[in-house]
Ligand binder design. Structure first.
Ligand code: NAP
Length: 255
């Protein structure tokens, strides 16, 4: 008789998702399936099994979890990916599945940082779009269209893949994938005489160097605050997520 092992779904698209998959795929007491939304043309592929693309809303996710006999869901998506987290929480609660939310801590402002906190991307666009302003826009591709009505400032837009979205009138695109080195970030901001950095408060180390560079150069950062994500309690690191997973497996999984 084949020994059944629990199947763990890791909702990823983040550094934590990659790290979790690397740790869990090495284990023989479970099977790990990572899920990516499919936004990036050539994503970094996690270890273990991988599926790519949306599930088709809450109903699609419910069917997927049942069909694939998922035992536990770990939500390691980005702090700004709120919809998938909400769907995952609801789906797990409806099916009675354990859910582990992993949310990396937000960056906090130090004394030398000049931050202007805004609640969302639209507020950031309204704040920076001033004549003569030179703006470093590093928020990914998906919400760039919110800047498309900006006609006054000049934007240096960084993304992994070339944006297909409508863009602000005056701009230049640089295609780069993190993590980014501090020296290069300093150079980028200096070379383009940047006046404002626009950033999501993503947290984590991979993109923090732009915040450090802005601090060192005395450049204000328009910091977009996080949306509400998990309603259940969450953990803050890969290590804690693995401990939480082992706890729920001990409690819920009987072979
Ligand atoms: P979102 O607004 O929460 O989700 C939008 C839709 O994308 C979801 O309803 C779902 O489609 C699909 N989706 C999202 N994450 C998925 C995943 N891991 N696997 C399968 N489908 C997923 O998310 P988002 O802000 O568009 O982010 C998409 C992905 O990019 C996430 O995996 C996230 O970790 C990663 N990411 C996002 C950001 C950011 O700034 N938002 C930054 C870095 C990485 P269905 O409803 O069809 O299931």
């Amino acid at each position: 008789m084949l020994l059944q092992v629990p199947r763990v779904l890791v909702l990823g698209g983040t550094t934590e998702g990659i790290e979790l998959a690397a740790r869990l795929a090495a284990r023989s007491d479970l099977v790990t399936i990572s899920s990516l939304a499919g936004r990036v043309g050539q994503p970094r592929l996690p270890d273990g099994l991988v599926r790519i693309g949306g599930f088709g809303g809450l109903d699609g996710l419910l069917s997927y979890l049942e069909k694939e006999k998922i035992a536990v869901v770990i939500d390691a998506t980005h702090p700004f990916a709120a919809r998938i987290s909400r769907n995952a929480e609801i789906a797990c609660s409806r099916l009675g599945l354990p859910f582990v939310g992993l949310l990396r801590p937000a960056w906090t402002k130090s004394e030398k940082d000049i931050w202007h906190d805004v609640p969302d991307v639209l507020s950031a666009a309204q704040f920076v779009d001033k004549a003569e302003a030179r703006v470093f826009l590093s928020i990914g591709r998906q919400e760039l269209h919110i800047f498309s009505d900006c006609k006054d400032a000049w934007y240096l837009i960084r993304a992994i893949d070339a944006p297909a979205e409508r863009l602000p009138l005056h701009h230049k695109i640089v295609l780069q994938r993190g993590p980014f080195d501090l020296e290069r970030e300093l150079q980028l901001l200096r070379d383009h005489s940047i006046d404002f950095v626009v950033s999501k408060n993503s947290g984590g180390a991979a993109t923090y160097t732009k915040i450090e560079a802005a601090r060192l150069l005395g450049i204000p950062v328009v910091m977009i605050n996080r949306p509400a994500k998990h309603t259940l309690s969450s953990v803050a690191s890969v290590e804690e997520a693995i401990t939480a997973l082992d706890d729920v497996l001990r409690l819920h999984w009987r072979d």
